[in-house]
Design a protein around this ligand. Structure first.
Ligand code: FE
Ligand code: ZN
Ligand code: FE
Length: 217
């Protein structure tokens, strides 16, 4: 059953991402529901629509190969989704859960970016121009989704930091550390949350510093 050449590997990877995208169409509505931020919720709903189109696009690729569209259980996506669901169970609705949802969604996008990048390259080497174009189109959409998440994180990470600081004096370091991870992921512009939210240095952010920015909603 194992792939013996690049063409067979290409088909295996195609089946993997086809299953992964289908898993995502089930996970994204739950993520949208769990999000407190309107912007984040709308982003998940929009990406759900895009994901459905990506499933259709993969079916076109299968068609171009003359084989039936069939998935093969993607354990990677399953694990990423399960980790996100754990967060939804453990955390109350609010900025910290939103930051966790972004972190989780960005891991998903990066998995997809790796998969589609590989698939597009394989298609090119195999001389499948149509497949390459279709896969490249999806690759660009996944990159856009990742960048958009980085942008949304810019606001949410700071709200999450304030959330911990208001109620308890202890344990907040842990939360802010986790929350800030999302905003840096994948950004090549240096305009993610950390740098756009005022002049406070990362080492000693005061509670009052920049609060007008964090209390927009
Ligand atoms: Fe996708
Ligand atoms: Zn997979
Ligand atoms: Fe995606």
């Amino acid at each position: 059953m194992a792939a013996e050449n690049l063409h067979e590997l290409f088909v295996d990877e195609l089946k993997d991402i086809y299953d992964a995208e289908k898993q995502l169409t089930k996970a994204l509505p739950k993520m949208a529901k769990a999000a407190e931020s309107e912007e984040l919720r709308a982003g998940f709903e929009e990406h759900l629509e895009i994901t459905r189109m990506q499933v259709n696009r993969l079916e076109e690729v299968f068609k171009s190969l003359g084989i039936a569209a069939r998935g093969k259980p993607c354990e990677g996506m399953k694990g990423l989704i399960e980790e996100g669901q754990e967060m939804m169970q453990e955390l109350e609705k609010g900025p910290t859960l939103d930051a966790a949802l972004i972190a989780s969604a960005q891991k998903v996008e990066h998995y997809e970016i790796a998969s589609y990048g590989t698939l597009a390259t394989f298609a090119e080497i195999l001389g499948m121009q149509d497949a390459k174009d279709l896969l490249g189109q999806t690759l660009e959409e996944e990159k856009e989704a990742d960048e958009r998440l980085t942008q949304v994180a810019g606001q949410i990470n700071f709200e999450a930091e304030a959330e911990g600081g208001e109620e308890e004096g202890e344990g907040e370091e842990q939360e802010s550390g986790m929350a800030s991870a999302g905003s840096r992921s994948g950004s090549s512009r240096g305009s993610s949350g950390g740098s756009s939210s005022g002049g406070s240095s990362s080492g000693s952010r005061g509670k009052s510093n920049g609060s007008s920015r964090t209390k927009k909603r």
